[in-house]
Design a protein around this ligand. Sequence first.
Ligand SMILES: Cc1cc2nc3c(=O)[nH]c(=O)nc-3n(C[C@H](O)[C@H](O)[C@H](O)COP(=O)(O)OP(=O)(O)OC[C@H]3O[C@@H](n4cnc5c(N)ncnc54)[C@H](O)[C@@H]3O)c2cc1C
Length: 580
Amino acid sequence: MIAACHVNHGDGCSRCPDALVETSFSHATRAADLIAMAEEPADLLVVGAGVTGAGVARDAAMRGIRTALIDKGDFGSGTSGRSSRLIHGGLRYLELGNWHLVLEASRERRTLLRIAPHLVWPRSFIFPVHAGGRVPRWKLAAGLWLYDILALLRNVRSHRMLGKRSLLRTEPALREHGLRGGARYFDAQCNDGRLALGNARDARRHGAQVANYVRVDRFALSDGQVRGVHATDVLSGATLTIRALTVVNATGPWSDGLRAQLGDPPVLRRTKGAHVAVPRERVGNREAITITSPIDGRVMFILPWGDLAYIGTTDTDSDASPDDVWVTAEDVIYLLRSANAYFPDARLGPADVRSTWAGLRSLLATADASDPGRVSREHRVLVGAGGLVSVVGGKLTTYRSMAAETVDLVARRLHALDGRPTPPRALTDREPLPGGEVRDLELLIGELEREGTARQVAERLVRTYGAEAAAVARVARAEPALGRPIAEGHPSVRAELLHATRREMAMTLCDLLIRRTQVFYEADRHGLPEAPALVDLAAEELGWSAQRKAKELADYLAMVDRSLGFRLGIPARAPDVSPP
Ligand SMILES: Cc1cc2nc3c(=O)[nH]c(=O)nc-3n(C[C@H](O)[C@H](O)[C@H](O)COP(=O)(O)OP(=O)(O)OC[C@H]3O[C@@H](n4cnc5c(N)ncnc54)[C@H](O)[C@@H]3O)c2cc1C
């Protein structure tokens, strides 16, 4: 829908060239959808708009099922925005004999590279082998052959074993002592939070009603069957009842909590995973590096992210609330010690850490209470008390196939309820996600450059927004104030904030700076010096009062403090982050 400038910037408004005036996913559509949800029952209500719930809503809407999607926070603000950002076959699962999962994940990796080339991109990994390491060279070679075969020989590229010399030519900063060689293999990296957002947007494009910041308080029951929810609009405090013939619980690590309301037993084992981001030049890695931690032999990664490298992850059992998961001093020391063992000259210390994030994995609990790293990453679709459908476990990588399986079950239940025909499976693996209509990112970057956008900005815009980058770039060029960086030294531009409020339903400053633009993780000072000006810009779009602006600033500051709060737990004397 193309509308007139909806924020009254006046005639000839340079902020609103046609492409940006489309208000298809914004505070305005949220308000309209909430009214519609309260008025008319849906066939399906999906609770939780992480990648799983958003994927379920997209799939169901594409099959013509009348669908509503809500989340108590922002899209991807749960686990789906705190992952290791890998779309991977799962080399590690081979050791566990979980070939079926590798086969499925490899197929999904291929699909996501195709339908969202701006959000999922190929990444080459170096796996070094040192004397005495947990994975010897022969085992790595055998594993990588199998890995490529399970990708049906259609991985990005096939792996290659490397001798010590060529490995050091590739990664000169790696520890040479004891190095026996290694391998290069391929997987993919992604912008995890934006993958959830892209699915939610596309769900609405196919007819779903979608609202973030709507919390389910309890289920609405009729004859013992779940027929909707009583919920609260977290932003306004208003309560509402949303009726639906079927309800899917896609709340990741919160799932057991909702199931418990109906008397269902827990099915999850939750483990915490932490990451730290440091300037990449401090580490010295050129490609992604797969390591086995010398502390406990766990597989970990050091991953490039622009001029940063992030190191992760830990895997420890946790009974923390999923609302309150942060990186501790202990996590930081473990991650830095492990990285320092492979890049000894880096001598990374806590002061190098620019940002951190942590999430809870929701793994299927098994009788075997062994090492968390060995617990299966498979998923299950369960029907619980009152007919509540829960989709639990799984991975970011396999969200699309999990969603298809969940919607198959929903379609069967709707058929059983009112005899309607079961729709055919949706082509979620064919239709691109928003912005994914672009085939050649480099070509688009070149076009933006020719139109006057600086190379670094063009690259960022295309790799974030895909085919929609041109619209953002046009706004940035039309009004110099909107062409300025969101945070000094960061390649983002303020026009992105407009795009985020008008097309991506950003509702808070945290949405804008954490999940839409990643300034929180990437910018040297997290955009704090600029935050008052940014909140003014957002206030103009979203109609915030002075009091609301102060709250938004305080909330953002609190998030930055929590992300770097581990510093308070670091002992006064310099902690030992030297290799074990
Ligand atoms: C540290 C870590 C690293 C990982 N790395 C990878 C990786 O590299 N690759 C990979 O494939 N997988 C990875 N995973 C797994 C992957 O991130 C998860 O499987 C996936 O994100 C789960 O998505 P989800 O939508 O099921 O859950 P979530 O993303 O947690 O979404 C659940 C949503 O439910 C909402 N919610 C909760 N309660 C309510 C309520 N009462 N009302 C309304 N909404 C509610 C929450 O706000 C939340 O947004 C990793 C996981 C962790 C923890």
